[in-house]
Structure formats: structure tokens, C-alpha cells
Design a binder for this molecule. Sequence first.
Ligand SMILES: Nc1ncnc2c1ncn2[C@@H]1O[C@H](COP(=O)(O)OP(=O)(O)O)[C@@H](O)[C@H]1O
Ligand SMILES: [Mg+2]
Length: 341
Amino acid sequence: MKIGITYNLKDELSPDAIIDTESCEEFDSPLTIDAICGVFEKNGHEIVKLGCGIKIIERLRGEKVDFVFNIAEGCRGRNRESHTPSILEMLDIPYSGSDPLTLGLTLDKVVTKKIAFQAGIPTPRYLVIKTSEDLLFLENKLVYPLITKPAWEGSSKGIYNSSKVFNRQELEKSAELLFKKYPDQPLLAEEYVEGREITAGVIGNEPPRVLGLMEIVNRAGPEEDIFYSLDTKRDWKKLVDYASPPDIEQLIQKHISHYALMAFKEFGCKDVARIDFKISKNNKIFMLEVNPLPGLSPEYADLVIMARKNGIKYDDLILSIFNHALLRYRSGKGDLSYETV
Ligand SMILES: Nc1ncnc2c1ncn2[C@@H]1O[C@H](COP(=O)(O)OP(=O)(O)O)[C@@H](O)[C@H]1O
Ligand SMILES: [Mg+2]
């Protein structure tokens, strides 16, 4: 097949557009793109590197690809992840992964929490903060420690060690920083769940299945809590261990898998997703967020590490995502969504 690949590269932004390195945090490195292209080429496919943005429209018209492997994060706003798949839908080109609606819903953490709540998937209590005045109404509604985060970022953007706050003063400071750094969006003040962290990989459709659960372990301690902040992620080699399967009670693993599959279906994810959870000290499970566009770096992506620890090679992971997407289109259910009751 002739397969296009859509992506955003870390070094593709013009120097003017790069406010700081954090603004490119969710983008991919050329190494990841080459790794994915290599998998397809080894399997006899022709690859066209399409990149991202408006220019892909002309390129897609010229190249006539059969399918697009989409990992583009998009550049601006809370619908950025939906931009590329929307173009592909307009041009009637089949592509891998979730559709624009799912990508839009899940990038917005407030909308995600509302849907999760409605579906009966537990998620930490929170309030939306739009101005510093909103902080006045927060007291007595939530219990410290809290965590502040921008409403529609990913890859721990805007989530620093100082985002875990223990009192009003720290909260105000952290909120001010986010208002400055992300002026276009509200922030969430969410109850911080002290405890272990698990990320769940889900793959396939009809039915999707749990590829694995992986604990993000705090190598530096304390063992019973980890804060996977931007600071921690950037220093992951030193600070983090990954355990998959996790050394956690079977019943808890079963419940997390159940919620992961519930979330995958509830949000209409397709082909692949990674869903993040925390387990409180009294063993309550909380879903933090849904990632229908999980990182695929062969070196440091959580999903790839999880797959490897479960005996799934990089090539097989990529081909599996691709094959699930193909099957979906071939079954004539390219637009499948919703569980039937
Ligand atoms: N309510 C919370 N309680 C405890 N830790 C949290 C909470 N929310 C986020 N975190 C920590 O911050 C990390 C990043 O937050 P997350 O909501 O997953 O955003 P992102 O989209 O940036 O990955 C999580 O992996 C977790 O370690
Ligand atoms: Mg996360």
C-alpha cells in the first residue's frame, strides 16, 4: 500500500513560534517518524512523509495515498489534534486512530471529566478556574493538596513539581504562573490523589482489549506516590522505573482494566489509546485522562515501553494499530462509535 504519515516535528516550528521548549513538548522527533516509516517499509509498503498543516491538502491530492498513519498533534487551540483527521475525512482518506470528535473531547480535560463522571468512571474532584477571583470560591469546596493544570494540554505541559499545592498561597502562585503561560485557556484545580500511578494501554476495536497495565514507579521515592510532572518526565531516566505488569493486587488491576475499556468505548476511541490512573492510599481508583494519540517514540513512549515489557516488539505494535484501523474500514464500520445498550 501507499501509506502517508502525518506528524508534527519538534524542530519544524519556526524560531519565532517557539516560545520555549515546552511549547514543542508533545511533538515528535525525526527518530520516531523514521522508526514508524521503517516498520512500514520493511513490510513492503511505500511511505510518503506528509508532515502536518495546510500543506498536506495539496500533497494528499498529488500523492494519492491509500491510507494515512496519523500521529499529528496539531499546532493551535483545543481542537488541534482534530485538525489533521478532519482534513483526511474531508478528502475521504482512511486513517489510523481516533476521529476528530474523540480527539477534541479528550484533549479538553474538563469535558473529559464531565463525560467520565456521567459514565460512572471515577475521576478526582475539581473546579475550573478562569480568573484569580475564581480562587476565592474554591476554599471549602476542595481538599488540599490540589494540582493545577491547563485545561487542554498534554505531555505534562504546564504541570510542574510546583503544581502540587498545599495551601491557598501556593495555589495562587501556581495559578498565576499558568494564567501567564497559557493565557488562552482556563485551568483546573483538582484534588491531588496521593498514591501509585498506572497507565493502561488499550488496542483494537469490537472489542478493544487491554494491551497491558504499567506502573510509573518513583525511583527516587517515596515508593507509594509519584508525580509524573514535566520535570520528572524530562529526567525520566534518572527518576522513573516502569513496571509492567505492575506489582498490584489482581482485583485492582481488574478494576483499572474495566475502567480503561469503559473509557475507550465511552469516548469512542479507535485502534489505540492510553489511559492514565492514580490509586489512592485507600485503594480508590481515579482516572486522570484519556490519550487517544499516545506517543510512539521507540525510546521513551509509555505505550511502547509497556508493549516491550509485555513481549510486543515495536514493529508489531505499529502494525497492530495499522491492522486494526484497516479492519475497521474493511468492515465498513470506519465510523463505529457508541456501545449499544
Ligand atoms: N489529580 C491528580 N492527582 C495526582 N497526580 C496527578 C493528578 N493529576 C495529574 N497528576 C500527575 O500529573 C501527571 C500529568 O497529568 P495528566 O492529567 O495525565 O496530564 P497530561 O495530559 O499532561 O499527561 C500525571 O501523570 C500524574 O502523575
Ligand atoms: Mg497523562
